[in-house]
Design a protein around this ligand. Structure first.
Ligand code: FES
Length: 123
């Protein structure tokens, strides 16, 4: 079902884990499949300095989040908000159609984290 690239990344994710005292956290879930994603951010000068994730879900969910982290690390918040699930899928390569929603979930987790950060900043 999954390509070699996806399986390899699943076995060796680069951004799995947690950040202690993150500047922002975003958490989303999909009721239908039960998968949950949590994204942790460290932000400096409006840029994503560090990013980690914890995903409880399928292979595509884990790999989507890992590639998302790779794409947005070092980007400004504005640039990161423009990243779509299509960008994630492009990085992943061959994604089974039934697993496309996993990349949408990853994108939502990041957006949630950035939203939470911006809300916190306004207070
Ligand atoms: Fe739902 Fe992967 S099956 S996020």
């Amino acid at each position: 079902m999954y390509s070699k690239k996806i399986i390899n990344r699943f076995k060796n994710p680069k951004f799995a884990g947690e950040i202690k005292n993150p500047d922002a956290v975003g958490e989303v879930g999909n009721i239908k499949c039960g998968d949950i994603m949590k994204v942790f951010l460290t932000i400096k000068n409006n840029k994503i300095k560090n990013i980690r994730f914890k995903t409880y879900g399928c292979v595509a969910a884990i790999v989507s989040t890992d590639f998302l982290c790779e794409i947005v690390k070092g980007k400004t918040l504005k640039q990161a908000l423009k990243v779509t699930n299509k960008d994630i899928v492009k990085k992943m390569g061959d994604v089974p159609p039934i697993k496309l929603h996993c990349s949408v979930l990853a994108q939502k987790a990041l957006k949630q984290a950035i939203k939470n950060y911006q809300k916190k900043k306004k207070k």
